[in-house]
Design a protein around this ligand. Structure first.
Ligand code: 5GP
Ligand code: ZN
Length: 107
């Protein structure tokens, strides 16, 4: 998706503060954090939203969810954190490239 802001971030065309990267996912700090720690984990493959995922995306989704506590702990959230996936206009989604918010305040 050439006009997708998160695809551009993944390709390095728009700068971001990287949290983690592997073959399938990229994680980076939210530009407007709602907690002391707030980053997003996104698949490198463009998918509009959770509602656009199919069976082929199950492995990618589980990979992202299992990364969340690991990356959260690495950022001082070993006592706990929140996750969020906004889906569709009705769900408050602003960027239509699937992303899982991970946020919280270290205790
Ligand atoms: P949504 O409401 O779609 O779940 O959230 C999109 C998030 O992306 C928002 O929290 C917003 O602050 C973040 N965001 C939007 N544009 C950029 C950007 O260019 N860089 C970064 N790091 N975050 C962005
Ligand atoms: Zn995209």
């Amino acid at each position: 998706m050439s006009d997708c802001i998160f695809c551009k971030i993944i390709k390095g065309e728009i700068p971001s503060r990287k949290v983690y990267e592997d073959e399938h996912v990229y994680a980076f700090h939210d530009i407007r954090p709602i907690a002391k720690v707030h980053f997003m984990i996104v698949p490198k493959k463009h998918v509009d939203s959770l509602a656009h995922c199919g069976k082929d995306d199950a492995q990618m989704l589980s990979h992202i969810m299992l990364l969340a506590p690991k990356l959260a702990a690495e950022h001082g959230l070993e006592q706990g954190f929140k996750t969020g996936i906004n889906t569709g206009r009705g769900g408050g989604q602003e960027v239509f490239h699937l992303h899982v918010h991970v946020f919280g305040n270290p205790l």
